[in-house]
Ligand binder design. Structure first.
Ligand code: SF4
Length: 328
């Protein structure tokens, strides 16, 4: 895909729906895409801010290569302005450490040597460094590794069309179901995120959805039910929904942490809406995947570790129901 187009004496970045129009030397609102001599330059190209090897359950992805490890990489910058961001120290700045260099080839070589099954583009919003992410992703594919996009889902139509060519799985945030909150506070669009989710599912990417449940912000019965019903009707009741506990951070240090009771209530709403797989995250209690048909325990996790796994070639060992996901 083309990452920008020329518009008179400026260029338009095509990576996200902000479509920033940049004059010479201007940087977009994500802090990392810049007009350099009439060409869009990704300033974080080859300069990650964080690199770790994580269990895939940490993304979180619970129905994609369980118990595998994922080479996880992020940079600085973001195209959203969430006041509750839990990674704000890297997402909300453009302090690029150019002394740290990691090429796509070296990243994949390292991932492969460490026994990773996948590469995850995560920690900050990978849409804003899409050119670097895709370069790694194409190299990863050549070496038999899967690619995982952990994102707010605020991508341009152009990226949505391109992404199925190299991404295998995604965890996408559904942060709220209030269009005005998305627009005015987060600086994104609910409809845009919904469309990204629909597009990814339609195009065969394995998708799991995460909602950070924040007291007083998105935890009303109506809002949680609306989110669950959207997943059921537009994406499918087999799509896993992760309900993650908020901890006070960034501009919301005075908001209390999410209680376990609130998460359990949200879980119940998800199940009542008809979702097969609902999970609570950022809590100490174990998490289970059960067969939607006969309730057999299939997978149990304590933290990010798998303590029980009984799938028979992706099927329930008791009733033989196919369990949705990518298992090997
Ligand atoms: S990726 Fe950055 S520069 Fe490009 S449109 Fe989005 S915010 Fe603007």
């Amino acid at each position: 895909m083309e990452y920008y187009r020329i518009k008179e004496d400026r260029i338009v970045c095509l990576l996200c729906p902000h479509y920033c129009t940049l004059s010479l030397n201007q940087i977009g609102m994500c802090h990392v895409e810049k007009n350099v001599n009439g060409v869009l330059e990704c300033l974080v190209h080859n300069h990650p801010s964080a690199v770790h090897i994580d269990p895939i359950e940490k993304k979180p992805l619970y129905h994609f290569l369980p118990s595998s490890i994922s080479f996880s990489i992020g940079t600085v910058g973001c195209n959203l302005r969430c006041p509750f961001c839990q990674n704000w120290h890297i997402s909300q700045n453009g302090n690029i450490d150019t002394s740290i260099t990691l090429t796509a080839v070296d990243a994949v070589k390292y991932a492969y040597q460490q026994g990773c099954s996948s590469v995850s583009y995560t920690y900050n919003e990978p849409t804003v460094w899409y050119p670097y992410a895709k370069e790694i992703g194409v190299e990863a594919k050549k070496n038999g590794l899967s690619n995982i996009f952990v994102s707010s889902g605020f991508e341009s139509d152009e990226v949505c069309v391109d992404i199925p060519s190299w991404i295998d799985a995604a965890n996408i945030d559904l942060k709220s179901f209030k269009p005005n909150y998305y627009k005015n506070t987060l600086k994104a669009s609910l409809e845009g995120v919904q469309e990204t989710l629909r597009s990814m599912v339609r195009n065969g990417i394995w998708v799991e959805v995460t909602t950070l449940v924040i007291p007083g912000l998105n935890d009303s019965n109506e809002e949680l039910r609306a989110m669950a019903e959207f997943i059921v009707t537009d994406l499918g009741r087999h799509i896993p929904w992760h309900l993650s506990a908020f901890h006070p951070d960034y501009k919301m240090i005075n908001t209390p942490a999410t209680s376990i009771e609130t998460l359990k209530h949200a879980y119940k709403i998800g199940k009542e809406a008809g979702l097969f797989y609902v999970y609570m995250g950022n809590v100490s209690s174990p998490s289970q995947t059960r067969c939607p048909e006969c309730d057999t325990l299939l997978i149990e996790r304590h933290g990010f570790s798998i303590t029980h796994l009984s799938l028979n070639d992706g099927h329930c060992p008791t009733c033989n129901r196919l369990i949705e996901g990518v298992w090997k």
